[in-house]
Write a protein that binds this ligand. Structure first.
Ligand code: ARG
Length: 244
């Protein structure tokens, strides 16, 4: 009798461990910097993570049979956090760049984006990137906006940890302009009527970043993107968060 109980105990232990292993495999830990509406931001009241990227990664997770766990982290800590294993992938309106491709792999592109110049509403002197020569420009640190601003001759680049703070600096009069992603400029300038933004000055594509050589996860994510696009869910998410 004792042997039987011991046997049953062993069997249930193995089953529990096995089930946990399967479940653990299915959780996709996703790093994001939730300071970038309409792509990723935190609901002020509920603390919930919302936005285009959040809906998209949840849809991808569902299509690929993985449970999504969102981890909020500082923008400039996202790639280091991915590399140390704090999360399995990054979705954060992250542009696929040559520099980043040296450190991480990217999924198929999921969004066409660009940088724009944000100025005060009544500023008529700044229309193109050339108008920023020798001027003070704010950016979010380590972004493609930072990269673009850093190439302007004689420009003084003020770098902020949080994207909204870079835009706020224009409103405060601390800089002549901010360089930031189009949809974010659009979103924030709708909230603050004292700023405006211009025509696209770059062409970029966002991708989901994963650690190099993680071929299985890359395939799952790319298949997920393809499914979500084919089902029409991508278009629904797009229409929910973005204008036109
Ligand atoms: N697209 C730009 C880049 O990749 C900015 C992204 C910033 N993302 C964020 N969640 N703050 O550099």
């Amino acid at each position: 009798m004792k042997k039987l109980w011991f046997g049953l105990l062993c069997v249930s232990l193995i089953l529990t461990l096995g089930a946990n292993a399967v479940m653990a495999q299915q959780v996709l830990k996703v790093g994001t910097s939730a300071d970038f509406p309409p792509f990723e931001f935190q609901d002020e009241k509920t603390g919930e993570y919302l936005g285009f990227d959040i809906d998209l990664i949840n849809a991808i997770g569902e299509a690929a049979g993985m449970e999504v766990d969102i981890v909020n982290a500082a923008w400039d800590g996202l790639i280091p956090g991915l590399l140390t294993g704090n999360f399995d992938c990054i979705i954060s309106a992250m542009t696929i760049t040559e520099e980043r491709l040296k450190a991480v792999d990217f999924s198929d592109p999921y969004f066409s984006a660009s940088q724009v110049i944000v100025t005060k509403i009544d500023d008529t002197s700044i229309n193109t990137i050339d108008d920023l020569v020798g001027k003070q420009v704010s950016v979010q640190i380590g972004t493609t906006g930072d990269l673009t601003a850093s190439e302007i001759e004689g420009a003084i680049v003020k770098r902020f940890n949080l994207a909204p703070d870079a835009i706020q600096e224009v409103r405060n009069g601390g800089v002549a302009a901010c360089i930031i992603d189009l949809a974010v400029a659009e979103e924030i300038s709708q909230q603050y009527k004292d700023i405006k933004y211009g025509e696209p000055i770059t062409t970029e594509e966002y991708g989901i970043a994963i650690r190099k050589g993680n071929a299985q996860l890359l395939e799952k994510i790319n298949e997920g993107i393809a499914k979500v696009k084919a089902s029409g869910e991508y278009d629904e998410i797009y229409a929910k968060w973005l204008k036109d």
